[in-house]
Design a protein around this ligand. Structure first.
Ligand code: NHR
Ligand code: GAR
Length: 203
């Protein structure tokens, strides 16, 4: 039902699995991704497609799509997946490709979000699940969780506070998708039944 794309630790993948979501395959662009072990331990098939072995992004994305399609998923989730995807890949999975991004989008798209949030002095930070579109980190927003930035935070402390909320909102968003509850109207996502699309985390 779900194929997850990972690059590293895989804690968001683990959160999806612990929430009982039906992940039928896990694909990593790095052979050493820790998340592969967690999937294998649960008997979930894993694949490794190393981006470095492909001459172009198009060639990598084509190989990735071939592996994804072999699982016939309804939903594809980026779970700490660190390669920017081409227009044609994104178009192929339009409306069924989700990402979790560690900031309150549209603030801080791209990388190194926690250090950038500290450098800007924002007092509120968080994470966002969004549909993936060709424009990086700009697709329709499904759900966000906000956390406070504390006066003496380090990027690591802030990242850990945000990550706890990622593990709350990503399973929720994936469940909504599989339950057919997500509607995109003029680029804005609504949840049938009006479940809250915002989590305000006190810690
Ligand atoms: N692709 C598209 N087209 N649109 C999005 O919204 C995407 C995407 C691919 C990944 C995740 C994203 C994030 O949540 C994501 C969203 C990687 C980079 C990046 O610059 C930026 C954003 C995201 C993921 N990656 C470098 C690259 O050259 C490589 C960095 C590395 O390997 O460590 O691809 O933040
Ligand atoms: C998460 O914080 C995720 O939001 C972020 O990387 C971490 C992956 O952790 N994603 C990105 O920065 C995408 N560019 P995980 O591997 O433990 O899920």
């Amino acid at each position: 039902m779900i194929v997850a794309l990972i690059s590293g630790r895989g804690s968001n993948l683990q959160a999806l699995l612990e929430a009982g979501l039906p992940v039928s395959g896990v694909i990593s662009n790095r052979a050493d991704a820790k998340g592969l072990a967690a999937a294998a331990a649960r008997g979930i098939p894993t694949r490794i497609i190393e981006h470095a072995r492909f001459p172009t992004r198009e060639a990598f994305d084509a190989a990735l799509a071939e592996q994804i399609d072999a699982f016939h998923p309804r939903l594809v989730v980026l779970a700490g997946f660190m390669r920017v995807l081409t227009q044609s890949f994104v178009t192929r999975y339009e409306g069924r490709l989700l990402n979790i991004h560690p900031s309150l989008l549209p603030a801080f798209p791209g990388l190194d979000t926690h250090a950038r949030a500290l450098a800007e002095g924002v007092k509120l930070h968080g994470c966002t699940v969004h549909f993936v579109t060709a424009e990086l980190d700009h697709g329709p927003i499904v759900i966000q969780a906000a956390v406070p930035v504390r006066p003496h935070d380090t990027a690591d402390a802030l990242a850990a506070r945000v990550l706890r909320q990622e593990h709350v909102i990503y399973p929720r968003a994936a469940r909504w998708f599989l339950d057919g509850k997500l509607v995109i109207e003029s680029g804005v996502v609504r949840v049938k039944g009006n479940d809250a699309q915002l989590v305000l985390a006190p810690d």
